[in-house]
Design a protein around this ligand. Structure first.
Ligand SMILES: Cc1cc2nc3c(=O)[nH]c(=O)nc-3n(C[C@H](O)[C@H](O)[C@H](O)COP(=O)(O)OP(=O)(O)OC[C@H]3O[C@@H](n4cnc5c(N)ncnc54)[C@H](O)[C@@H]3O)c2cc1C
Length: 535
């Protein structure tokens, strides 16, 4: 098939662009070196936010755009993006006193005008403690309560963009690494791609190529023949700790000022656990090899323990650690936190006309970024395309009211209420397809864990582009991000593979090893530190 555009990178930006481009009528192929959403898009704070702190850098346009997109995502993906209350405690002597916080909140509300989430409220210390009983009381003078949103599983948001792109005619190829860009007479002609498993190389041709490879953007550009362009990305790594749900932190997130350096940081209720993040450290190494430093882990633990002193936060409390590299615009000499989170798109018209690179951006603004990119692509195509519809068209699992669907899953498929409600939380209305599988083949209703079923394994391979069991557990069922990193689900999932997908012992062995290697990388910084402490 002849393609109009090749998209390199299956994170939120690449898949968002694929969806938009395919919906408008472009012939699209997306190439991703691993599974979809294996990099920055998943290792984020998982917030869909206006960016309160960008107000300090006077980035009003970015805040306004982010708030508008927050509203759009709440509407097109209500099953994945939920309102999240956040408390901003103000302590005596903090850099940002009550007046500064109140002024910031007022401006944030002003920029949010017309949006669905409630305006902020200022609370006195007693009311703040009533809302969040575990919060340190010493020196607490006030707090602001406001709302943003959370995407619990960006992995699923990315996947739903994949599914929508596919439904609109795009071809999506995970586990296909672009080795180099092909250029002739100053114009991009396509790419050479390799299947990392078989080593087989393939040439894919198109007059337009979008480099949406996130922190790998410069590495891909390095494959351009001739002159090496100046770096576009200045990577910044950010680490998060996952601990059990903190006693006294409730369902409200805490957005506080770090005692050590005044940086804003979050303690967020997430997936039945708590997410503590994040750091912001310049990083120029290989994005695939990034790891958390011990100092980052200590910093996050100390800051969270200072805010929640009774929570008993020590190294032993850390379930796992994840780290991602922000693909920020290169800005030599600038303080990390001051580097803009705005996105921009670079057309390499002088060296490879038709090649576009995506720089920066946020999960929150991916849809708008995609619209911008596809507007530019559309100008290069000599035929009429449909207008952008991604702000109006809901994503495939979108469901406004899951309650009737839960009843249907319980009554028709015979699922336990806990399983029905978890399926709806993860898959939205796509949970019905899993219910149908169970209805047809009752053995697929066998439990993997208390609230998950074998049908999810079959569904992921048959309908959700999964290639490995690690893909399924980490980025489809989301069981791999539970407190035990999916350990309880592993053997039942392998048994489901053997029974329903015909896996032999050798295949089960390979799948087990791959999965364990992936989860070991999340445990590893904690384990390494434990080793060091024992020595
Ligand atoms: C610590 C941290 C916290 C963040 N928190 C938030 C937040 O709360 N809210 C928010 O809105 N944003 C947040 N962000 C920003 C947001 O996560 C990123 O801007 C966004 O995910 C970038 O998406 P992407 O698709 O460009 O990159 P990625 O998700 O990294 O995707 C790029 C993809 O390209 C693939 N690729 C690379 N090279 C090749 C190749 N040669 N061939 C084929 N494929 C290739 C990679 O495998 C990868 O899957 C955060 C970022 C970090 C690091």
């Amino acid at each position: 098939m002849a393609f109009d555009v090749i998209i390199v990178g299956g994170g939120i930006n690449g898949t968002g662009i694929a969806r938009d481009a395919a919906l408008r009528g472009l012939r699209v192929v997306l190439l991703e070196q691993a599974d979809f959403c294996t990099a920055t898009s998943r290792w984020s704070s998982r917030l869909i936010h206006g960016g309160l702190r960008y107000l300090e850098h006077a980035e009003l346009a970015l805040v306004r755009e982010s708030l508008r997109e927050r509203e759009t995502l709440l509407a097109i993906a209500p099953h994945l993006v939920h309102p999240l209350p956040l408390l901003v405690p103000v302590y005596r002597g903090a850099r940002r006193g009550p007046l500064t916080v109140r002024a910031g909140m007022w401006l944030y509300d002003l920029l949010s005008a017309g949006k669905s989430l409630p305006a902020h409220r200022m609370l006195d210390a007693a009311a703040a403690r009533a809302r969040m009983p575990g919060l340190a009381s010493s020196g607490l003078v006030a707090a602001a309560l406001y709302h943003d949103a959370q995407v619990e599983f960006p992995e699923r948001l990315v996947l739903e963009n994949v599914l929508a792109a596919r439904a609109a005619g795009a071809e999506l190829r995970p586990y296909t690494r672009v080795e180099r860009l092909l250029v002739e007479a100053g114009c991009v002609r396509g790419v050479v791609a390799r299947d990392p498993g078989s080593g087989r190389e393939d040439t894919v041709l198109a007059p337009l190529v979008v480099n949406a490879s996130g922190p790998w953007v410069d590495r891909l550009l390095d494959t351009l023949p001739g002159r090496r362009p100046r770096p576009l990305i200045g990577g910044a790594k950010g680490t998060h700790l996952v601990v059990d749900r903190l006693a006294g932190s409730a369902a409200t997130a805490c957005y506080a000022e770090a005692g050590a350096d005044g940086r804003p940081f979050f303690v967020i209720p997430w997936n039945g656990l708590t997410l503590i993040g994040t750091t912001d450290v310049a990083y120029g190494g290989d994005p695939a090899r990034v790891t958390a430093d011990s100092a980052e882990i200590d910093y996050l633990l100390a800051e969270a323990a200072r805010l929640f002193p009774a929570a008993g936060l020590t190294r032993a409390a850390v379930r796992y650690v994840y780290v991602g590299v922000r693909p920020l615009p290169a800005a030599a000499g600038k303080e990390q936190a001051a580097i803009t989170r705005r996105h921009h798109v670079r057309h390499h018209r002088l060296v490879a006309r038709g090649l576009y690179s995506v720089i920066g951006g946020k999960l929150t603004t991916y849809r708008n970024l995609a619209e911008l990119v596809v507007d530019r692509l559309a100008r290069k195509v000599a035929r009429n395309l449909r207008p952008c519809e991604t702000a109006q068209q809901i994503l495939p699992g979108a469901v406004a009211d899951p309650v009737p669907l839960a009843a249907e899953l319980v009554q028709r498929a015979g699922l336990a209420p806990a399983a029905a409600s978890r399926l709806l939380r993860v898959y939205g209305q796509r949970a019905l397809a899993i219910g149908e599988l169970v209805g047809r083949e009752p053995a697929l209703g066998t439990a993997l864990t208390r609230a998950s079923v074998a049908a999810e394994i079959v569904h992921a391979f048959e309908s959700e582009h999964a290639t490995t069991l690690a893909d399924v557990l980490m980025r489809r069922t989301m069981l791999g991000l539970d407190a035990d990193l999916g350990a309880a689900a592993l053997e039942p999932a392998l048994a489901a593979g053997a029974r329903h997908l015909g896996w032999d012992a050798a295949r089960c062995g390979v799948e087990r090893e791959r999965f364990l290697a992936e989860t070991a990388a999340l445990r590893q910084p904690v384990a390494a530190r434990d080793e060091a402490q024992r020595a």
